[in-house]
Design a protein around this ligand. Structure first.
Ligand code: AMP
Ligand code: GLY
Length: 422
């Protein structure tokens, strides 16, 4: 099979690493990719980047399947674009239709969906320019802190948590006035849930599903979960507090009603669902849905999935997931993200990355890297994800941290306490 993988992060390097191990693969293309995918597959740059250019490439190169990493092409309707074209309709895409991706693309849609299908989530109210006066009424029914969310995609910055009613009202007004552009023309106000977060993933063909390894990511830039939010500074899998009893609740109260809801709405969904959960006491609540895998969660879940990933993708594409048996490595995976100094604020790029060849016992997934004059240099905030497997979490972390020391580039920074709370 010829595969085209879309994306350029650590998630896509982990997917590429797994795809090239498949006995069904003949050729893997990645667009735009990074230096890590460039080392193991063929990176393709589309200029300009458009659905038309992707479609043309798929036809000309006889690509058999497209795998989508990030949410943006899904929310923008890549799957629908393929479905509307005579020549592309038969090429399977791993990723949901635009309607399915709305679970991530619109927080208001996701909240209404959860309400309709009785899926546990924080109490909320939708506010737009037409009913902005309802905001203060609803805020008064909550206790601080207050959670204010822009409805649409806002590059991970659309969630603001504030401590006073005044700040909450100011934030809502700023969003409605265009702080996040179109993404904030509707706002969701939410009750704050106190608990511990985890990420649960399924692969689904729209009819049945398989549960993938769960993970916990570390979103804040600073040790002890302090400082600004990032895309993620590290992750571990499995999550010790995701006990079988807790995961049963997740499956029965969240996963099953979500699949049933998608079916009932007539929404086609062949891809992944990422449930961002809060464990409150012993109960799971959905904080958010994502229509894709997580990053850096993928860097710890993919190495734990045994078997041929293209067989999983084939089962998704042909809606035969009910017959697919997933096998999971019982060991623990941990990943530590090496980032550029200054991230998630401004940072410099273009520094050479040294000592990659000296890494032992870990897998290095590239995120923001590129080639320059035959060398690998930094090209983003999150640069490399160093994943290790171990019989214990401590063992996995020790290996990743040993290699995090060895790999070097100017301005390298990483959190020293991934997994600290487990
Ligand atoms: P989201 O983009 O919806 O995942 O929100 C980003 C982060 O904000 C989450 O990972 C949580 O840490 C936090 N958050 C979002 N909603 C809530 C909530 N209702 N209660 C507590 N924390 C929340
Ligand atoms: N690590 C969180 C995300 O991928 O959204």
């Amino acid at each position: 099979m010829k595969i085209l993988l879309i994306g350029s992060g650590g998630r896509e390097n982990a997917l590429a690493w797994k795809i090239i191990q498949s006995k069904h693969l003949t050729q893997l293309f990645v667009t735009p990719g990074n230096a890590g995918t460039g080392n193991i597959a063929i990176n393709i740059e589309f200029v300009p980047y458009s659905f038309e250019s992707i479609g043309k490439f798929v036809i000309v190169n006889k690509v058999d399947m497209v795998v989508v990493g990030p949410e943006e092409p899904l929310v923008n309707g890549l799957v629908d674009f393929f479905a509307s074209s005579e020549r592309l309709r038969s090429v399977p895409i791993i990723g949901p239709s635009r309607a399915g991706a709305m679970l991530e693309g619109s927080k208001a849609f996701a909240k209404d969906f959860m309400t309709k299908y009785n899926i546990p989530t924080a109490r909320f109210h939708r506010v737009s320019a037409n009913n902005r006066e309802e905001a203060s009424e609803f805020l008064k029914t909550l206790h601080p802190p207050y959670v204010i969310k822009a409805d649409g995609l806002a590059a991970g910055k659309g969630v603001v948590i504030v401590n006073t009613l005044q700040e909450a009202e100011n934030e809502i007004e700023a969003m409605l006035q265009g702080k996040f552009g179109q993404a904030g023309k509707e706002v969701v106000i939410e009750e704050y849930l106190q608990g511990i977060e985890l990420s649960v993933f399924i692969a689904t063909d729209g009819k049945s599903y398989v549960i993938l390894p769960e993970a916990k990511d570390y979103k804040r830039v600073g040790e002890g979960d302090t400082g600004p939010n990032t895309g993620g500074m590290g992750a571990v899998s499995p999550v010790p507090f995701a006990t079988p009893a807790f995961m049963d609740k997740v499956e029965n109260k969240i996963i099953k009603p979500t699949i049933a809801g998608l079916k009932n709405e007539g929404i086609e969904y062949k891809g992944f669902i990422f449930f961002g959960l809060m464990k409150v006491g012993e109960e799971p609540y959905v904080i958010e849905y994502n229509a894709r895998l997580g990053d850096p969660e993928t860097e710890v879940i993919i190495p734990r999935i045994k078997g041929d990933i293209l067989e999983l993708f084939h089962a998704i594409a042909t809606q035969t997931l009910d017959k697919y048996q997933i096998e999971i490595d019982p060991r623990t995976a941990a990943t530590v993200m090496l980032v550029s100094k200054g991230y998630p604020g401004s940072y410099e790029k273009g520094f050479e990355i040294n000592n990659l060849v000296n890494v032992k016992d870990s897998i290095v997934f590239h995120a923001g890297t590129t080639f320059r004059n035959g060398r690998i240099v930094t090209a983003g905030g999150r640069v490399l994800s160093i994943t290790s497997l171990g019989n214990t979490l401590q063992e996995a972390l020790a290996t990743s941290y040993k290699n995090a020391e060895i790999v070097d580039f100017h301005g390298k920074y990483y959190r020293k306490d991934i997994g600290f709370d487990l």
